[in-house]
Ligand binder design. Structure first.
Ligand code: ADP
Ligand code: ASP
Ligand code: MG
Length: 407
């Protein structure tokens, strides 16, 4: 008898037929005698719809109230999933994140899990129930409802698997597993049988939304091996686990596109020590994640009036907030202007094999050049190269790179 955590994403619970399909799948595992904890997302489109309602009222709604609002999406699905199991005469209990013992910090809309005390989950499991837990949400020690960032149900599942010491963690989604590129962009992308945590981390950070970035960080930290697979068929999925030696044989494991970034440029900042620090500290204090940073060569005479430009990217939903932070700094830091751009795409190639190969960046830039795609910003890690391009050329770039490095 195994303890299994299964997570079903938005499309997999997108309508009542799909929810009945989840119940059927859960019933099959239960018939084998397994103990099951099922984490569900909001039905597809529900979270986006709730965000739209709030933004119809005001562009920057209170983050506490957004959490209160968004947490309702998952709460609908847990009850419907429990009802679907009851319809099969399977005892099941739904639980909110708070009831499941998920305690977070107080950073509304992107809270971090502090600890999990799944006493009640164990209690219900031991009574013979399937336990259905609302993904994406938790509660602070003071009882405030929080959410874990977009795609956060993945994190709920992985963190619960770690806390419950589950034998198996399965992430059910609407594709057969992790592919060499988003199969919606690259039709001949291949499903991977396995992928290293570090590669999955870089792909997730580079926009492959099949797994939430923070959930993969958590899995790596606590050594949670998990499988990404389809809720719509029985094909084997992709195992995400610690790197093995043979993984280095492949130079590029995947290509991805992040359409969810926006760029800000602070123009004409006096080129003096401490100014960049002020900017990025203020953004950090406002809990805005900064991804790429590029500082241009300073211009002007070599005196106190020398100035420089700094460009950086943030998640698109944080663009307005970041702009507000910069506006507030302007009088003090006396820069000239703030420019914003939200029609950019970040294109990345990822693979642990890159560590032992040279010349990959040159080849990547050449391929993009041949396609007439201009590179706006560049950043690299040991196993990843990312470039910012015009959003309209993002998919073309991904297809060309996939064709050259993987197909
Ligand atoms: P869920 O609702 O199940 O959490 P998501 O929509 O968050 O599902 O993630 C699944 C989607 O991720 C797929 O439909 C696919 O379009 C997209 N995706 C992006 N990159 C990849 C990739 N490398 N492999 C598989 N899917 C990917
Ligand atoms: N419902 C949330 C979202 O759409 C969380 C999730 O689906 O994982 O981001
Ligand atoms: Mg998701």
């Amino acid at each position: 008898m195994a303890l299994i955590v299964q997570k079903f994403g938005g499309t997999s619970v997108g309508n009542t037929d799909r929810i009945k399909n989840v119940a059927r799948r859960v019933a099959e595992y239960r018939a084998r005698g397994d103990k099951l904890v099922v984490v569900v997302s909001a039905m597809s489109g529900v979270t986006d719809g709730l965000i739209k309602l709030a933004k119809d009222i005001t562009p920057l709604p209170s983050e506490r109230e957004m959490d209160m609002l968004l947490a309702t999406g998952e709460q609908q699905t847990i009850a419907l999933t429990a009802i679907a199991l009851h319809a099969r005469d399977i005892p099941a209990v739904s639980m909110t994140g708070a009831q499941a013992g998920i305690v977070t910090d107080g950073v509304h809309t992107k809270a971090k899990i502090r600890n999990i005390t799944p006493k009640q989950v164990h209690g219900f499991l031991n009574e013979g129930n399937v336990v259905i837990v609302a993904g994406f949400q938790g509660q602070t020690a003071d009882g405030e409802i929080t959410t874990l960032g977009r795609g956060g149900s993945d994190l709920t599942a992985i963190a619960l698997a770690a806390a419950l010491k589950a034998d198996l963690c399965q992430i059910y989604t609407d594709v057969d597993g992790v592919y060499t590129a988003d199969p919606r962009i690259v039709p001949d992308a291949r499903k991977l049988d396995e992928i290293a945590y570090d590669e999955m981390l870089e792909l997730a950070g580079a926009g492959a939304k099949v797994m939430q970035l923070r959930s993969v960080e958590f899995a790596k930290k606590f050594g949670v091996v998990f499988e990404v697979r389809s809720s719509l068929n029985d094909n084997p999925g992709t195992i995400v686990k610690e790197e093995t030696r043979s993984m280095e044989d492949v130079v590029i494991r995947g290509v991805s596109l992040d359409k969810n970034q926006a760029k800000l440029t602070v123009v004409g900042i006096p080129d003096q020590p401490g100014r960049a620090a002020r900017i990025f500290r203020s953004l950090g204090d406002a809990t805005i994640n900064v991804d790429m940073i590029v500082q241009s060569a300073s211009h002007g005479a070599a005196n106190a009036s020398r100035a420089t430009d700094i460009s950086f990217t943030v998640d698109k939903p944080d663009l307005l907030k970041a702009r507000k932070v910069l506006d507030a700094l302007k009088p003090d830091l006396s820069f000239r202007d703030i420019l914003t751009e939200d029609d950019i795409g970040k294109v990345s190639i990822v693979g642990v094999g890159m560590r032992s190969h040279t010349g990959i960046a040159g080849r990547m830039f050449e391929i993009l050049g041949t396609q007439g795609i201009n590179i706006d910003m560049i950043s690299t890690s040991e196993i990843k190269i990312s470039v910012v391009v015009q959003l309209a050329q993002g998919e073309q770039a991904v297809r060309a790179l996939h064709q050259a490095f993987i197909s």
